[in-house]
Ligand binder design. Structure first.
Ligand code: ZN
Length: 499
C-alpha cells in the first residue's frame, strides 16, 4: 500500500471529523438548542468550517492529490480511491481559487442575510431582506468568478447541486413539463373537488409520533443506524453512514403533512443507509447530487405514499394509532392525499402543483443571473407568475417571495433539484415496472421490500460514484425526459377527478 494513499486516508478521516462536529452543531441548533445558544454554536461552527476549509485547501493535500494522480501511483488505486482522488482534486482546485478573505466574507453575508430573511418574513416586508439578497447575489457572482471562470454562472450554480446537469437539459424538460401541466392543472381545478370537511379537526400530537414510527419502520428505515427529532422544518442529516437522522414537525391542525414528511425524509435516510458500506464516509459514500437524492425521497413520498395501495396493508394500524381517522375510509383518505389545490406555499403543495412552484423559482433565478433583473422587481415578477400558473396572487410577501429561506443562505440553483427528482421518478417508475411488473399489487400485498431492494440495487448502493446523467443512462437507458412524469400525472388524476 502506498504511503501517499495512507496519508490521504488520514486527511480524509480528519475532514470527516470536522464535518461530523459541524453537522452535530447544526443538528443541535435546529432541534433542541435554546435561543441563548446561538452565538456559541455559530462561533464553534465558524471555527470548524474555517479549519476544514484550511485543511481541504492545504498545500500538502494539493501535492498529495497531484502525486496520486501520476501514473505510477494512480494505477495502484482501486476504483473507489480513483473516484475519491479525482473528486477531491476537482473540489480542491475550485476551493483553492477562493481567497480566504472572500470565503469569510461570504460566511458573514450569509449569517446576516439569514437573520434578515427571518425578520423580513416575520414582518412580511421584502424591503428588509432586499439589500441582503443583493449582497448575496453579488458575493455568489464573485465566488463563481474564481471557481468557475469559464462556465456560464447559472450553469455553474446548477452544477453545484446536480453535477453535470446543464441548463439546456433543465430548460428542455421543465418547459416540456410546464406546457403539459398547466392545462392539466386548470382542468383539475375546474373539476368537482373532494369533500375535505372530515380533515378539519384537532389531532393528537403523541399519536402523530407513533404513526411516524410505524411509517418509517414500514418503508425500511434502519433504527439501529438512525434516529428522529423535532424541528421547525423537517430535514435529514447524514452524520455518517451508520448514523442517519430525520426530523419532523408535528401539528395539531394537520396529521397528514407530518405523515408525508416522515415518508419523504425517510426516503432520503434510506438512501444514505443503503449506500455500499465499503465507501464509508469517503467522497464516494453518501450522495451529494440533490436531484438524485430528491428523486428517492419523492419516490417514497409521492409515487408510493400517494398511491392508495401503499396504505392497504397499514391503514387499519394507522387508524388504531390515530383514532381521529377512525371515521375516514381508505378511499376518503386517498382522495385527500391527492387533493389538488391552487395554493401559495410550496412546501404545503400537492404533488402536481408543486412542479409549478419550482418552475416559477427556476425562472426567477434565471431572471436574476441571466437577465440581471433588479432585486426590487422580483416580488412583482413572482406574483405575475403565480397568477399565470396557478391563477392566484399572494396577498403579501410572506406568502409570496419570502416564503423559502434558500436564497438567504445563497442556495441559488437548488430549487430545480426538487423538480428534477420528480422528473427522474417518472422515469424510474417506468423502468421499475418493466422489471417488476405493476407496483399496485406489489404495494397492496405489502411487498414494499421488493421495491426498496430494486431502488437500492439500481440507485442507493452506488452513492456518489454515478453522476446523475449516468444514473439515468444505467437505470433507464435514456436521457432526462418529463414525458413519463406527465403520463403518470394524467393517468392518476384523470381517475381521481373523472376528467
Ligand atoms: Zn427532500
Amino acid at each position: 500500500m502506498s504511503a501517499k494513499l495512507d496519508r490521504l486516508k488520514e486527511i480524509d478521516a480528519q475532514l470527516t471529523k470536522f464535518s461530523t462536529i459541524s453537522e452535530l452543531l447544526y443538528w443541535d441548533m435546529r432541534t433542541i438548542m435554546p435561543d441563548g445558544g446561538f452565538d456559541a454554536h455559530s462561533d464553534a461552527m465558524d471555527y470548524i468550517e474555517t479549519e476544514s476549509f484550511r485543511l481541504s485547501t492545504s498545500d500538502e493535500l494539493y501535492k498529495l492529490l497531484q502525486d496520486l494522480s501520476e501514473p505510477g501511483e494512480w494505477d495502484q488505486l482501486d476504483d473507489m480511491w480513483k473516484f475519491n482522488v479525482k473528486t477531491m482534486r476537482e473540489e480542491q482546485e475550485r476551493r483553492r481559487r477562493i481567497p480566504e478573505e472572500v470565503f469569510r466574507r461570504a460566511v458573514a453575508i450569509s449569517t446576516a442575510s439569514e437573520r434578515a430573511w427571518e425578520e423580513a418574513k416575520e414582518a412580511s416586508d421584502f424591503s428588509i431582506f432586499a439589500p441582503h439578497l443583493e449582497k448575496q447575489i453579488e458575493i455568489t457572482k464573485e465566488i463563481k468568478s474564481y471557481t468557475h471562470p469559464d462556465m456560464e454562472i447559472y450553469d455553474s450554480l446548477l452544477d453545484d447541486y446536480e453535477k453535470g446537469m446543464d441548463s439546456a437539459t433543465v430548460d428542455r424538460i421543465f418547459s416540456e413539463l410546464r406546457d403539459g401541466l398547466i392545462p392539466l392543472v386548470h382542468e383539475i381545478l375546474a373539476a368537482k373537488q373532494p369533500d375535505d370537511s372530515k380533515f378539519n379537526r384537532k389531532y393528537d400530537i403523541e399519536a402523530e409520533k407513533k404513526v411516524q414510527k410505524l411509517l418509517l419502520t414500514y418503508i425500511g428505515f434502519d433504527w439501529s443506524r438512525g434516529t428522529t427529532a423535532e424541528s421547525e422544518h423537517p430535514f435529514t442529516l447524514d452524520l455518517v453512514p451508520t448514523d442517519v437522522r430525520v426530523t419532523n414537525h408535528f401539528r395539531e391542525d394537520n396529521a397528514i403533512d407530518p405523515m408525508f414528511s416522515a415518508i419523504h425524509e425517510g426516503g432520503h435516510a434510506i438512501f444514505e443507509q443503503n449506500v455500499d458500506p465499503r465507501y464509508g464516509a469517503t467522497p464516494a459514500g453518501g450522495c451529494d447530487y440533490l436531484g438524485i437524492h430528491e428523486s428517492q425521497s419523492r419516490f417514497l413520498e409521492n409515487i408510493l405514499g400517494r398511491n392508495i395501495n401503499f396504505w392497504k396493508p397499514i391503514y387499519a394500524d394507522v387508524q388504531k394509532l390515530q383514532p381521529e381517522f377512525a371515521d375516514v375510509s381508505l378511499e376518503e383518505f386517498a382522495a385527500e392525499i391527492n387533493h389538488v389545490r391552487a395554493s401559495m406555499i410550496r412546501t404545503a403543495a400537492d404533488e402536481v402543483t408543486y412542479c409549478l412552484h419550482v418552475i416559477l423559482r427556476y425562472e426567477v433565478e434565471k431572471a436574476i443571473f441571466r437577465e440581471g433583473v433588479p432585486v426590487s422587481e422580483l416580488p412583482a415578477l413572482w406574483n405575475r407568475k403565480m397568477e399565470e400558473y396557478l391563477g392566484i396572487v399572494p396577498a403579501n410577501d410572506a406568502e409570496g417571495i419570502l416564503q423559502d429561506m434558500h436564497w438567504s443562505d445563497g442556495s441559488f440553483g437548488y430549487f430545480p433539484t426538487y423538480l428534477l427528482g420528480s422528473i427522474y421518478d417518472g422515469m424510474f417508475l417506468e423502468a421499475m415496472e418493466a422489471d417488476l411488473g405493476p407496483i399496485d399489487p406489489i404495494l397492496a400485498e405489502g411487498r414494499i421490500g421488493e421495491i426498496r431492494a430494486w431502488l437500492t440495487d439500481k440507485i442507493h448502493r452506488h452513492g456518489n460514484t454515478r453522476r446523475p446523467k449516468e444514473v439515468l443512462a444505467a437505470v433507464c437507458g435514456r436521457e432526462a425526459t418529463a414525458e413519463p412524469l406527465l403520463r403518470y400525472f394524467r393517468k392518476k388524476y384523470s381517475e381521481y377527478y373523472h376528467l
